[in-house]
Design a protein around this ligand. Structure first.
Ligand SMILES: [Zn+2]
Length: 296
């Protein structure tokens, strides 16, 4: 009888303690960074992001609810390089209380693209750079949860294999577009890394930061390029208002040119499950298919 009571007490104590050991709460700014962290962390972490589908990170300000989530998180990952410009001070202050990590810090600094002395933050649009970020996340998670290091290592290896396949596939797809048609014009200048990596000239109606409005001179220059290169299509992004790209199309048509909307590219946010763009890989496949279909 005494043994039985001891056994019951022990069982209760064990189940209670395993209940108490919760998974670490890993909070990210964008859903793109969340996907990366989730791919590596799997079911050993509880990952969530502050910014949902269609949110523009350049403009985003932390809400009261966000502050509460940031306070409760065990680990915070953000993109960095000024992408979350209006959250920068919040993230910097938080870094004195808990690990707050910019995934851009994992990259080889020589791979970063500068535009007029400002570093372009859209690093995820080159799959090779995102592969470096994946290795960095693996190292950080393994350091924080050393007992799960093998698990993270296995997941990272499998994910990197998928990323390698994706990188090769994108290159092959872009190569099917005639050389002179390899020009990508989008609502904001998010695709420099993609362009450099896969061989497309890239132009955006707005700069690398959506908080800066585009001017008439930029519009005139774009129209000139469209005419000279006989560009067939330009692209929208869900996180940027479509009026600018629509007025560009209307402007070119008014001058007798031919220009159509090539579709919607996902730059700074993942899409939804229905379209299969709720993961980083799904997003890049969607973008590549949309670009190739419109420019080929
Ligand atoms: Zn952007």
């Amino acid at each position: 009888m005494k043994n039985l009571i001891q056994l019951i007490t022990l069982t209760l104590a064990l189940s209670f303690s395993s209940f108490l050991i919760a998974k670490p709460k890993v909070l990210t700014t964008t859903n793109i960074v969340q996907d990366l962290v989730q791919q590596i962390g799997g079911d050993q972490i509880e990952a969530s992001s502050l910014m949902g589908i269609g949110i523009d990170p350049h403009y985003y300000k932390a809400t009261f609810g966000d502050m509460r989530k940031l306070a409760h998180a065990d680990l915070v990952f953000y993109n960095g390089l000024g992408l979350e410009g209006r959250m920068q001070s919040v993230l910097e202050n938080l870094a004195s209380l808990k690990p707050v990590i910019s995934v851009a810090d994992y990259l080889n600094q020589d791979d970063l693209i500068y535009e007029q002395d400002v570093i372009d933050p859209h690093i995820w649009l080159n799959v090779r750079l995102w592969t470096q970020a994946a290795k960095g996340v693996q190292a950080t998670l393994s350091e924080k949860l050393p007992e799960q290091a093998d698990y993270f290592s296995e997941r990272t290896e499998a994910y990197i294999k998928e990323l390698n396949d994706l990188h090769i596939w994108i290159g092959e797809q872009i190569n099917t577009i005639p050389q002179n048609q390899r020009i990508l014009i989008t609502a904001h200048d998010a695709f420099n890394y993609y362009g450099v990596s896969y061989g497309l000239d890239v132009m955006g109606l707005q700069g690398i930061n959506t908080t800066v409005e585009f001017g008439l001179n930029d519009l005139r220059l774009l129209k000139e390029v469209i005419k000279q290169r006989q560009v067939k299509a330009v692209f929208m992004e869900p996180s940027v208002p479509k009026r600018s790209i629509e007025s560009l199309i209307a402007g070119v048509k008014a001058e007798g040119g031919q220009l159509k909307l090539g579709g919607e590219l996902l730059s700074d946010t993942l899409g939804d499950q229905k379209q299969g763009t709720d993961t980083y890989i799904g997003m890049l496949r969607h973008n590549t298919n949309t670009i190739v279909k419109a420019l080929k």
